[in-house]
Design a protein around this ligand. Sequence first.
Ligand SMILES: [Zn+2]
Ligand SMILES: [Zn+2]
Length: 342
Amino acid sequence: MKAVVVHAPDRVEVVERPAPVPGPGDLLVAMRAVGLCGSDTTAWYVATKAPAVLGHETAGVVVEAGPGVTAFRPGDRVFVHHHAPCGSCRACARGDSVMCPAWKPNRLDPGGLAELVRVDAAAVAADTLKLPDGLGFDDGALVEPLACAVKAVARARVLPGDSVLVVGTGSNGVLLGLLARRAGAARLLGSDPDPARRRLALGFGFDEVFDPAEPGLPARVRGATGGGGADAVLVVPTAEQAVQAAVASAAPGGRVVFYSPVSPDAVWRLAPSEPYFRDLTLAFSYSSGPAETRAALALLEEGVVSARRLVTHRLPIERAAEAFRLARAGGEVLKVLVEIGP
Ligand SMILES: [Zn+2]
Ligand SMILES: [Zn+2]
């Protein structure tokens, strides 16, 4: 079978390797659509795993069910999560699926960007979801990134009437914005240095999208929110300047949620006096688990988010290297999908 081995975001090769064999409780899934995530094209992040078969925004068809599997059968169209919690430890009881000790060791074999993928029994039990008839594989590939956005927007406690600022309006920023609006954001603001992305965000319903390269983002956010600032700020980029501007844009009592994986070398300087006396809540939101993937699937079924609008580029697995190039390009490129099979 074909699999995509990533050495670095700009060194991607399609290789032949033996298909995995499902064990008891496992599924063998023929991948049909795999989305590329920002992390897949972030050099430091890829370096922690490379060489590896990446790809964790997945949808496909069950081709074989291992011994003992009763919930799925060949022909089922599914989303499969690349990690799965045990469901019974203390972290799981708190709902912190991503902090379950079993979560990371349970992973797709060999990874999503392959023609055939073995889904571990734990992931079959905890976080494999049948796709409803109305949803395509391209929608199924949005379950995982949308689930991460569901978690982040919940963590930002967006309430009806809130002003919300999304920093970075690529595909993740668009998802965060759509969910913030659905949670009741009365004013939806964005910020992105890329003019194409600013324009695209307006098409997704953002009220105003600023260029952070122009000075005074916090003042412009206050100007657009009646002087108060943003009640919730969702931050996709990890550059220090973007983080500082995001925190300074928050309203008194506001919540600031940092969305993306941060390099171990990153240091953010923050003068804490202002955030303290404005009683801000600063939080991270890392990945997502079974509760959020189910919520994401329901949102896709409702049509709150659709691949038709978010996916801008689709390439066959043979052209995976080009797909990675596109995903790094920015501009008009939002979600890039690798399509596999017939
Ligand atoms: Zn991701
Ligand atoms: Zn657990």
